[in-house]
Design a protein around this ligand. Structure first.
Ligand code: ADP
Length: 603
């Protein structure tokens, strides 16, 4: 408690006041006592002189002196002792002189016998108290004939001094109490403000930024309070700026498609963004303060970081790492003004870009491969015509028809490639209408029936009740043509193709089942890839694009396409199209317009 400001102010003030007033009291008591003793002495001297003058003529008649001492003493209110030159006590107010010892050796008596005024304060064994004695010579015709001594106990003086002491002590006590109370009130006033500031500072420390205190004075404490309030506000400002900056940084780090890791100068992890966690499959909290190699488990990346930290310079390289394998470009940048404050390691995931590049390369390869064969055929036929066959009208017509067929095939392929790439890249606009899909199936079936008949294949539909489905008529028709055409093409004479519909899991489902050659287990996973043709399908013509287009078309409708097949027995291709209430427009990969307006409100 003595450590508090209140006591630090109040206690020394109280001690100072008490000490000061005590010293003053002591001085006062001493002075008063001295003054009282002086006045007693003067009184006793005066009385002794009076007595000496009075008894001088009586001194020769020594017998009456005792009675005189007794009566004078009673009158004056003091003890009077009369002593002969030889020191014999001749009379005394209080005692019988006959019983009293010779007083000649008493200092005051000796002084008086020597012609002076003797003054002494002494303890009287006779009266058992402190007495003041004053002795003067009794003279007769200029001769000292004896001594007259007056004495009084000091008790009267001491009583008075005691009284004064009590008065002073009471006065000191009252004054000290006032001073202490006043100081206490003053210091409480000061400390209250200090407490307020302390409490506010503690609240700020506990996170309640911007705390303000009430200021009621304009003194130093008031100024301190104002400064505190300003500091509190600017602290709040700075903190909110810092947290805003931190939030911005976190948002950037969180949404960055590149991986970011910050390491200290020893290569230990300080910060990791979510993309890095995903790339390498670890959690930031498990790897903080751990070496980078432990988190990424790749020596090439570790080497890049070490070279950056050692050489204080940017180091970058590309590598394949992780499981599943990702193709990364790793860039290590030194941090700090002198480039020795650790490093920032960036991971750019180039896997998809690479896959895209590979795909594009493959596509170009595939297209040129697919175009080369028919073009070579055309060239051979043209050359044959040039080298004379043109003269043979029958052969020339046959060649020209085949050239025409090849050109048609090429044109078909080019338009299919174009369409596929437009659907794949999401550039194409889909025109959705609520449509009766059974009608489209009927149209396609009747369009392909002549083809089926030519191959002696029975093509029929199994009618099923279906609600209207949101779809792009032209494109679904094309997808159906592609699938049903395959079912006829890869069939055998006497075989069947059945198109059936149903509603399953909130979607319209179309199943196209054939009793054809079927697809081998090795080919099955690849039939939806572009340009993919099973070996035994090579002779049948076709670009290998039909199912790829159908697949993308169904996906663009929010549906799924599947195939089940048994080699030698036949295949079933199924695709689903979500009903209007289940269509998640946001997840559709293509641009959509609704021509009949219906469905606009669908989220
Ligand atoms: P294509 O133009 O060659 O028909 P598709 O993309 O339509 O190209 O089909 C790819 C390959 O899938 C075909 O070459 C064929 O090997 C196989 N395939 C497709 N449909 C069937 C089916 N109904 N029966 C057997 N094989 C099929």
């Amino acid at each position: 408690m003595a450590r508090s400001l209140f006591w630090k102010i109040t206690l020394p003030t109280a001690i100072l006041v008490l000490a000061g007033m005590g010293a003053l009291g002591l001085y006062l008591v001493q002075t008063m006592r001295a003054a009282l003793v002086d006045s007693l002495e003067i009184r006793l001297t005066d009385e002794a002189r009076l007595v000496a003058g009075f008894v001088s003529p009586e001194f020769s008649n020594q017998t009456g002196l005792d009675a005189l001492a007794k009566s004078l003493g009673a009158d004056m209110g003091a003890r009077i002792t009369l002593i002969a030159r030889d020191g014999t006590v001749l009379g005394d107010t209080d005692e019988n002189p006959a019983t009293m010892a010779n007083h000649g050796s008493r200092p005051e008596i000796a002084a008086a016998l020597a012609g002076n005024t003797g003054r002494v304060v002494r303890y009287s064994t006779t009266l058992r108290k402190n007495m003041m004695y004053v002795a003067v010579p009794v003279t007769y015709e200029n001769r000292i004939i004896g001594v007259a001594r007056t004495s009084l106990p000091l008790t009267s003086v001491e009583g008075l001094v005691d009284h004064i002491i009590i008065t002073i002590v009471v006065a000191i006590a009252i004054a000290a109490a006032f001073v202490i109370l006043a100081t206490a009130a003053l210091s409480r006033n000061i400390t209250r403000s200090v407490w307020q500031i302390t409490a506010a500072a503690e609240q700020i420390a506990a996170g309640k930024l911007g705390r303000q205190i009430k200021i009621s004075t304009s003194d130093e404490i008031g100024r301190l309070g104002k400064a505190f309030n300003r500091m509190s506000l600017s602290l709040q400002d700075s903190m909110s700026q810092i947290s805003e900056e931190k939030n911005k940084l976190q948002t950037i780090l969180f949404n960055l498609t590149d991986g970011v890791v910050m390491v200290d100068r020893e290569g230990k992890i300080l910060l990791v963004n979510p993309k890095t966690e995903n790339l390498f499959g670890f959690r930031e909290r498990d790897m903080i303060k751990r070496p980078l190699i432990e988190a990424v488990k790749d020596h090439e990346i570790d080497t890049i970081l070490k070279r950056c930290l050692a050489g204080h310079s940017l180091v970058a390289d590309q590598m394949e790492t992780g499981f599943p394998k990702r193709f990364l470009r790793t860039i290590a940048v030194p941090l700090g003004e002198d480039k020795s404050g650790g490093a920032l390691v960036l991971f750019q995931d180039l896997t998809e870009l690479r896959a895209l590049q590979t795909m594009r390369r493959d596509l170009v390869g595939n297209i040129s491969h697919e175009l080369r064969t028919p073009l070579a055929g055309i060239k051979v036929m043209v050359e044959t015509l040039q080298s004379g066959a043109i003269g043979d009208r029958q052969a020339a017509q046959d060649f020209l028809k085949r050239i025409n067929d090849e050109v048609d095939r090429l044109t078909q392929m080019v338009s299919e490639i174009t369409e596929l790439s437009r659907i794949e890249t999401g550039q194409d606009n889909f025109d959705f209408q609520l449509t009766d899909i059974a009608r489209i199936i009927e149209e396609v079936v009747s369009q392909l029936t002549p083809l089926a008949e030519r191959g002696q294949i029975a093509l029929h539909t199994v009618p099923g009740a279906l609600p209207l489905v949101p779809l792009d008529k032209g494109r679904i028709r094309q997808a159906l043509v592609n699938i049903i055409h395959n079912a006829i093409k890869f069939n055998r004479p006497g075989g069947t193709v059945t198109v059936a519909t149903a509603v399953e899991d909130g979607a319209a489902v179309v199943n196209i089942t054939d009793t054809g050659v079927g697809i081998s287990v090795e080919d099955l996973p690849h039939v939806f890839e572009r340009f993919y043709k099973a070996d035994k399908a090579r002779s049948k013509g076709g670009s290998g694009l039909g199912l790829a287009i159908a697949n993308h078309t169904i996906q663009a409708h929010g549906g799924k396409i599947k195939v089940r097949s048994q080699e030698g027995k036949g295949s079933t291709f199924s695709f689903s199209l979500p009903l209007v209430q289940n269509l998640d427009r946001k997840s559709l990969p293509s641009k959509i317009t609704w021509t009949n307006g219906f469905g606009q409100d669908i989220p």
